[in-house]
Design a protein around this ligand. Structure first.
Ligand SMILES: *Cc1c(COP(=O)(O)O)cnc(C)c1O
Length: 391
């Protein structure tokens, strides 16, 4: 390892296991330290082009259109709301937690009429309810959060897409997959998902700052056939589509400066994900296995998962209720003392009753790091300490 990288690494001994940003590999850190490059150079254009192609590969898509734009995952909501939904059109938001409220808020900001179908905390919305809603009204888009990061609930986006194709085939299926891309399987073409939106800092193992939106050709046609102008400037696909096409043909074009170094970092991570020692299929298996280990160990000592059943539990993160009599202040600071950084509660209804652990990317696919064992041991130790402190 380069000396300076060693220094950067030694600046913290903490293990970051929140549901994003996640730990990144040395290769990604190193790529992020690339010397400054012109965003118009051919060298950079070919790296950007590779990123577009590899993004498509991770989603098993042949021809969907990636948009790689400086911003966070949130910018994906703005892109969907301003490019695909025209003011006054209907949107159906399938709600499994905090992030659906935000998507609905964003859609309304751009003039959509939003209906929400809300699941119980820890559950998913029944497909029969989605079917009934689609039969009652014409919706331009249906949005589903693949993994809601506030509940660790995994939705069956394949099942939702099947319902939409059967009942309302013109409706676009939008997956908020910010916390699922590269930790959960997504077969965009085969499943008929029209938009997958994500960000760099979760399963994709890159520092934060890149919005990644992938649109099916069907979605692109809907965008091209709009009858009113796009309602965003920075997020407009009219501006970005020619840029993405230029970069994919290894030429450069300019609308707004891309996050050059972050693209190098993203390239390094995508290369590891798509061509590294662990295949994409094995990566998904490794996430399932790590998730099973953490959930099982936590439940054995008295924590209870927020998802109501195993088949709706995410594989890249875990949300756990504290055992009776314990709260965040008993557990989270003690984990921090052991250099294990977890996230607090986020869902308003249960905020103080639970906490969240991310287990994505290199922490999962590189067992030499020992991250998963470290999390499990720390959980056991802190609960024992918290019990002793109350005794
Ligand atoms: C993290 C997250 C977002 C928001 O992403 P930011 O990068 O924080 O803007 C949206 N949806 C889901 C499901 C997320 O997990």
């Amino acid at each position: 390892m380069d000396d300076r990288l060693t220094i950067a690494r030694s600046a913290t001994s903490r293990l970051l296991v929140i549901p994003g940003p996640i730990e990144v590999t040395d290769e990604v850190l190193y790529a992020n330290a690339h010397p400054s490059m012109s965003h118009m150079s051919l060298d950079f254009a070919s790296v950007f082009g590779d990123c577009i192609r590899m993004t498509r590969n991770i989603l098993y898509s042949k021809d969907a259109q990636p948009f790689l734009i400086a911003g966070s995952g949130t910018l994906g909501w703005d892109q969907v709301s301003s490019n695909l939904v025209e003011p006054g059109e209907n949107a159906l938001v399938v709600h499994t937690g905090y992030f659906a409220d935000s998507f609905a808020d964003c859609l309304q900001t751009y003039g959509a009429k939003v209906d929400q179908l809300k699941a119980d905390v820890g559950g998913v919305v029944k497909e029969s309810d989605i079917e009934a809603a689609l039969k009652s009204k014409k919706y331009k888009v249906v949005t589903v959060t693949h993994v809601d990061t506030s509940t660790a609930v995994l939705s069956n986006i394949k099942g939702v897409a099947e319902v939409v194709q059967r009942v309302s085939p013109d409706t676009l299926v939008i997956a908020d997959a910010v916390c699922s891309v590269a930790s959960e399987e997504i077969h965009m073409d085969a499943w008929g998902i029209d938009v997958v939106m994500t960000a760099s800092q979760k399963g994709l193992g890159t520092p934060p700052g890149l919005s990644i939106v992938v649109a099916s050709q069907k979605a692109i046609k809907v965008f091209e056939n709009r009858s009113t102008p796009v309602t965003s400037y920075y997020g407009s696909w009219k501006k970005w589509l020619p840029i993405m096409k230029a970069y994919e043909s290894n030429a450069a074009a300019y609308f707004a400066t891309p996050p050059v170094n972050l693209i190098y970092a993203y390239h390094a991570s995508l290369s590891q994900i798509t061509q590294g020692a662990v295949s994409l299929e094995d990566r998904f298996k490794a996430h399932k296995e790590a998730s099973r280990q953490i959930k099982k160990a936590a439940e054995e000592i008295g924590f209870r998962g927020v998802p109501l059943s195993e088949d709706v539990a995410a594989n890249g993160m875990t949300a756990l209720y504290f055992p009776d009599g314990f709260g965040a202040s008993d557990i989270v600071p003690r984990l921090l003392k052991k250099d294990v950084v977890v996230a607090g509660g986020l869902h308003a209804d249960i905020k103080a009753k639970y906490f969240r652990i991310g287990h994505m990317g290199v922490s999962v696919v590189d067992p030499k790091r020992g991250d998963i064992n470290k999390v499990i041991s720390a959980l056991k130790e802190v609960l024992a300490e918290a019990k002793a402190a109350k005794a």
